[in-house]
Design a protein. Structure first.
Length: 95
């Protein structure tokens, strides 16, 4: 029976010393796909920072920005950007 299998990038797929996803992980993920499972990458990273790893995994879905952006392949399914005013407030608060 096919399942949804979700992977985080940091502290899961990514080898932090090498900054790569090990070939053994990519092979295992490809096997999951061949078995009919839906592979999902879910990360708190912004899409641009996650994209090189998403491109390696080639998941059915990618969830980035802690759920604020979801893609099916390359097609956006959901995008909830922070309004500019809120970003300015955040940066002012940080400064």
């Amino acid at each position: 029976m096919p399942n949804d299998v979700m992977f985080d990038i940091d502290n899961a797929l990514l080898h932090h010393r090498m900054l790569t996803i090990p070939p053994s992980a990519l092979t295992a993920i490809d096997e999951l796909k061949r078995e009919g499972h839906t592979v999902v990458v879910a990360t708190g990273r912004a899409h641009g920072h996650a994209k090189p790893f998403i491109d390696q995994v080639r998941p059915t879905y990618a969830i980035t920005q802690n759920g604020a952006r979801i893609l099916h392949g390359e097609q956006p399914v959901l995008s909830i950007p922070l309004p500019r005013r809120r970003l300015v407030e955040l940066f002012d608060w940080i400064a």
